[in-house]
Design a protein around this ligand. Structure first.
Ligand code: ADP
Ligand code: ZN
Length: 738
């Protein structure tokens, strides 16, 4: 490990502030930039929206010479160059669509030492002419974007990327840096091997995208399910993915008929039509694009607020990539996956003629995806796990499962114990189907032969029906209390499963889809934090300013300013250029170019609507949703909403499928975090008064125990704890609750 000197990071930070208007690094950005500064080859894996581009763009400005960036698509390069120029960075691309004159001009700017970044496709870079040219100018480093395209093991292998292995010989003294969002270990190793790296820096970020809110549901009323999402984001951008062109056309037409502006995109449309529809989406003349997977590669639009999959994607890698197009700006975004059993069949048919090995791999991907859909565990956790990482928290607060979209069953612990002990009684030698039969008391011949009707667990869940029991077993498998092993998927208990048997852990079991009652309204989630203090009317007005300005300049709207910056403007409402320039995402050039216009619009709107301006309010999210600042767990935070409504401990425990003792802990967290002073929603008034009284008498002497001993058996420790926390919150904190 090399130590980092402040003198090393200072220029990076300065550059980031000046040109981009950001004042903090995202995770791993600092390390990735330092690798570039130190000329150490690197492979950087970060999720979409993690901020990979800055990792090489900022060092490109800090180092002498020209940085050469290899990127797969002309449209991507063009967007990147536009975005850089909007920030005042001298960048250009060289591609086949340019005229001879344009090419000459780029070459001149390079020779004159003016250009800092040059974007190229691999084919162009590897042409003899370009290589020769680049060897005659000072190149600071090489950056390879979408580097997984190098690897055959990647989902997006491109033969022209494979040729990049000559770079090491051609530029022996120049460091090479690779960036990708999707990389299994195999792909990562392959990238390094292909490029001839010997001692490179490997930086792998978390694959989790905490700002994405995942919902997975069976598709029953397709249009209604899609419209439900779009209606929440009427003026915002989103993508609806379909498996087939026919579905694309149909849904696009249905949405338009329902009064939403939507355009189709698929390989069956003419190039011209596709291009024009894509542009309408990027420039925000329509809100929704309905598309097959043909759409998306090369779309850098950062403010996509929802991605709905109207059908199953092809694999979890695809799902991660397609859903990952939402919320690149780090603000909350919704990802809905609507599936039906028929989708797997459809995909299998569409796989067509594949060599046997590829076919097998594709089918395995579909199986994994199916398990993800039908699984009953946190979606964030399941996705990240698929990519080989473990998510520490067990409750993300941002998926259908953790947000409590599904109705928990009454007594999850008891039901789980019945199932698990049945598995034990069967000596962990049978599969799920057989176990279900025993639990519901089937008279199946095999059961009678084995005399399993004699087991104490036989027929224990008879009244619940085979469908529910089967589903609960799957839920226990996906929460890792049970595993399926061997060829016959024999059920076995895990260590966590044994804890359930001992009553130390309570699993979450939900009602099966068929039994589940009508869906509850979506719960409060982090969207509320991202909008805190933002004036929505002003936000919309500023969007319009942005749209007009972008159209004038022929740029995508988000290149002018991202949504995060617009929200901050609509929250702090700066009316001077000085204040405007301090907003996140406003660098010096954008302040000069756009400042006056935006500041004027803000002042005007604020005057008309009587809004306070020039506020200094970077919002402090409410304690219940603040991350990383406290030891409060996500589950605990999820419970806060219920306690805020005055729900009892028993109710909250039931709703969240947790033991009452766990819910008591959540309540204590809630009372402290929100500084609640009145204990009476949870403790009868008379009891609370007696505890108060005794607390005053003992004045802290002997703690909770002293109070308990005086008042037992009519009060519990839990009552005492609640009352003391509230008392403490009133500033009468002489008796510290434990
Ligand atoms: P990736 O290429 O990893 O998908 P990008 O480089 O496109 O991600 O960055 C995603 C968004 O995050 C962009 O709008 C970018 O300007 C923004 N961003 C990057 N780094 C930072 C940062 N340190 N602070 C704030 N925003 C950032
Ligand atoms: Zn979750």
């Amino acid at each position: 490990m090399t130590t980092t000197l402040p003198t090393e990071t200072a220029p990076l930070l300065d550059t980031m502030r000046r040109f981009w208007g950001y004042d903090e690094f995202r995770p791993l950005q600092r390390e990735a930039m330092l690798a570039v500064m130190r000329d150490r080859d690197s492979v950087v894996v970060m999720p979409t929206g993690g901020g990979k581009s800055l990792c090489y763009q900022i060092p490109a400005l800090c180092k002498p010479g020209l940085a050469v960036v290899i990127s797969p698509l002309i449209s991507l390069m063009k967007d990147q160059v536009d975005a850089l120029e909007a920030c005042g960075v001298a960048a250009a691309c060289a591609n086949s669509s340019q005229s001879v004159d344009e090419k000459r001009r780029v070459a001149e700017r390079i020779r004159g030492g003016e250009l800092k970044l040059l974007y190229l496709s691999p084919e162009r870079l590897l042409s003899d002419k370009t290589l020769e040219f680049l060897q005659s100018v000072p190149v600071s480093f090489l950056a390879i974007d979408e580097a997984h395209c190098i690897s055959e093991w990647g989902h997006d292998f491109r033969p022209e990327y494979r040729q990049l292995k000559v770079l090491r010989q051609r530029f022996p003294k120049i460091a090479i840096h690779c960036y990708t969002a999707t990389a299994t270990e195999k792909v990562r190793d392959d990238i390094a091997r292909q490029l001839g790296f010997e001692d490179h820096e490997l930086l792998v970020g978390s694959f989790d995208r905490p700002n994405l809110i995942y919902h997975v549901a069976r598709r029953n009323d397709r249009l209604a399910q899609i419209v439900e999402v779009i209606a929440r984001h009427k003026t915002e951008s989103g993508i609806v993915y379909c498996i087939r062109r026919a579905d694309v056309e149909e849904i696009a037409a249905q949405l338009n008929a329902a009064g939403y502006r939507a355009l189709p995109y698929h390989a069956g449309l003419s190039d011209q039509q596709r291009k024009s529809n894509q542009e309408a989406f990027i420039q925000e003349r329509v809100e929704t694009i309905v598309a097959t997977v043909a759409f998306g590669m090369g779309i850098d639009k950062s403010n996509v607020r929802y991605v709905v999959h109207a059908g199953l994607p092809k694999s979890l890698e695809n799902y991660q990539q397609e859903s990952g197009r939402a919320g690149r700006d780090g603000l909350e975004a919704e990802c809905h996956l609507l599936y039906s059993a028929g989708d797997v069949v459809l995909w299998k048919r569409m796989l067509g003629e594949l060599p046997p090995e590829a076919r097998l791999a594709a089918e395995q991907s579909l199986v994994a995806l199916d398990a993800f859909c039908t699984g009953h565990a946190c979606r964030h956790r399941a996705l990240v796990r698929y990519f080989g990482q473990l998510l520490e928290q067990t409750d993300c607060g941002a998926c259908d499962f953790c947000l409590g979209d599904h109705e928990p069953i009454e007594e999850p612990l008891i039901v789980a114990q019945k199932i698990l002990s049945c598995v034990v009684r069967l000596n962990e030698r049978f599969g799920a189907g057989y176990t279900v039969k025993v639990l519901v008391g089937s008279r199946d011949k095999r059961i009678l032969e084995q005399q399993h009707e004699q087991l104490s667990t036989y027929g224990l869940l008879m009244s619940d029906g085979a469908e529910s029991v089967r589903d609960w077993i799957e839920q226990l498998v996906s929460q890792e209390f049970l595993t399926k092993t061997g060829e016959y998927s024999v059920l076995k208990l895990t260590d966590a499963g044994r804890k359930v048997l001992r009553g130390e852990v309570v699993p979450r079991l939900i009602k099966t889809a068929a039994v589940e009652s009508s869906r509850s309204a979506p719960k409060k989630n982090r969207a509320d934090v991202d909008w805190e203090g933002v004036d929505r009317g002003l936000f919309d007005a500023l969007r319009e300013v942005r749209r007009c300005r972008a159209e004038e300049l022929g740029l995508p709207a988000y290149i002018v300013f991202g949504d995060a910056t617009l929200r901050e403007l609509a929250r702090d409402r700066p009316t001077t250029l000085d204040r405007f320039g301090k907003v996140r995402g406003v660098g010096a050039k954008k302040c000069a170019d756009f400042g006056e216009e935006f500041v004027r619009a803000i002042a005007e709107y604020a005057r008309e609507h009587g809004l306070e301006t020039d506020r200094d309010a970077r919002p402090i999210p409410p304690a219940r949703l603040r991350e990383g600042t406290s030891k409060i767990s996500r589950s605990s935070r999820a419970a806060f909403v219920h306690f805020a409504e005055g729900k009892s401990i028993a109710e909250v425990a039931k709703r969240m499928g947790r033991a009452e003792s766990t819910a008591q802990g959540y309540l204590a967290d809630y009372l402290k975090a929100e500084s609640i002073t009145d204990p009476t929603p949870w403790v009868p008034r008379e009891t609370a008064e007696r505890i108060e009284q005794t607390a005053t008498e003992t004045s802290g002497e002997g703690g909770m125990r002293a109070i308990f001993e005086k008042l037992q058996p009519s009060v519990t420790y839990n009552d005492i704890r609640i009352v003391l926390i509230c008392r403490n919150n009133r500033g009468l904190g002489d008796s510290r609750p434990a």
